[in-house]
Ligand binder design. Structure first.
Ligand code: FA5
Ligand code: MG
Length: 381
């Protein structure tokens, strides 16, 4: 691949590679492969599906709320633990704070895992209607709808008491109703008719909270989370008389449905057969797959230990195989009489751009096995 720039500038912040990737520092877990994505800002490319989608969503809010929504799409993805978690009321013991789920630059600095990391500061600075788009980072599993870097758009709208006082509802019920109306309108604007459903859920920063799911490729796909902002967040910004709704939508997930993009890795493709199919303002165009090369499956079994996690395994596989890995799935799991637990994982290798040779895949798999054994300290079977 291309050499990785050692110095980046994002949203006016200068970022040196040596400050973000520190293999010897136990409070840092950012690998090279993730650093390489920083500053790419796919959502700011007018002819990229994510840029086209962002623009379409902006247009929807501009049409329905003329002049109201401010847009931010260049806020630096390196944020404090306070911004990413504390300011949005994520409890101290929440799993999302773990090194297994989040990329830490050091113990007080992370690669944001959601665009909600910017909410509190924007409230504090007096913003009342805003859309924040950005790249977000998560240690996660590997399949066609999950990638360790993806893009979210956060939307927030504040209401003052005079807006709901005549409605017969309290502020929370009013904001919840407005939220669902706005997002159903957005779904209609993007998809016309599509099968969708609301699912009740939990977020630390909203109450009530919902997810919207869309029926895609035979399954329900979660495309966004949303809800009515917790009063404690607003109070911390010095506002006590208002309510707000907020949403965070997954741009890749929406774009996959919209453009019929079958695999999330494709968003990173520089293959002209992919990039040439999209252009600014063209929303309804369905992606024509240019290849479906045969997959290659490799199974590996090992005895796990206490510290073993699937995310750690996936990071190793991604680090070695990059976008040649399509999926990592647990296919067998048992515990023997001595209490030792064995996992068998199936790794699916497939390029979206070309045929892979047996030699090439075998070489990758040998490296994966070595690294899994050495870094995860598991015993291969
Ligand atoms: C959040 O990130 C919340 N911050 C959203 C929110 C904002 C709720 C404001 C309430 C108010 P969640 O972790 O569910 O929630 O992610 C939001 C969306 O991001 C998901 O619905 C999905 O569309 C997308 N997403 C999550 N993980 C991945 C991934 N690994 N790859 C691609 N898209 C993902
Ligand atoms: Mg979710």
């Amino acid at each position: 691949g291309l050499p990785i720039a050692a110095l980046l500038e994002i949203g006016g912040v200068k970022i040196a590679k040596d400050d973000v990737v520190k293999e010897s520092d136990p409070t840092n877990n950012v690998p090279d492969s993730i650093f390489a994505k920083l500053g790419m800002q796919l959502h700011r490319r007018a002819n990229h599906p994510l840029g086209i989608l962002k623009k379409t969503i902006h247009d929807y809010f501009d049409t329905n709320f003329p002049g109201k929504f401010e847009k931010f799409d260049d806020l630096c993805p390196i944020v404090t633990v306070k911004q990413n978690f504390d300011d949005v009321l994520v409890p101290p013991d929440h799993v999302s704070r773990s090194y297994n789920d989040t990329y830490y630059v050091n113990s007080d600095t992370v690669l944001r895992c959601h665009t909600s990391a910017h909410q509190a500061e924007l409230f504090r600075n007096g913003h009342t209607h805003f859309l924040v788009t950005g790249d977000v980072y998560r240690r996660d599993s590997i399949d066609s709808t999950h990638y360790p870097v993806f893009h979210q758009m956060e939307g927030v709208r504040v209401f003052s008491p005079e807006e709901w006082s005549g409605s017969g509802m309290d502020g929370t019920a009013y904001a919840a109703a407005e939220l669902k109306k706005s997002l159903e309108g957005l779904a209609k604007h993007l998809f016309g008719d599509v099968e969708m459903r609301w699912v009740d859920t939990y977020f630390p920063f909203t109450n009530p909270s919902y997810e919207l799911e869309i029926f895609f490729q035979g399954k329900w796909l979660e495309v966004l989370g949303c809800g009515v902002t917790e009063q404690a967040i607003l109070r911390a910004s010095g506002r006590t008389d208002i309510v707000a709704w907020a949403f965070g939508l997954g741009l890749e997930r929406l774009a996959m449905v919209l453009f019929d993009i079958p695999d999330i890795r494709l968003f990173w493709s520089t293959d002209e057969r992919f990039t040439s199919q999209f252009s600014e303002g063209k929303l309804g165009v369905k992606f024509k797959s240019f290849s479906k090369f045969p997959p290659c499956y490799k199974d590996m079994s090992f005895w796990i230990n206490d510290g073993f996690t699937e995310n750690n395994l996936c990071e190793i596989v991604r680090g070695i195989a990059g976008d040649l890995v399509e999926e990592v799935t647990l296919i067998d799991n048992f515990t023997n009489k001595k209490g030792m637990t064995s996992h068998c994982y199936r790794i699916t290798y497939r390029s979206m751009e070309r045929s892979l040779t047996d030699d090439e895949i075998n070489e990758l798999q040998v490296k994966v096995r070595e690294d899994v054994q050495n870094k995860l300290k598991v015993v291969l079977r």
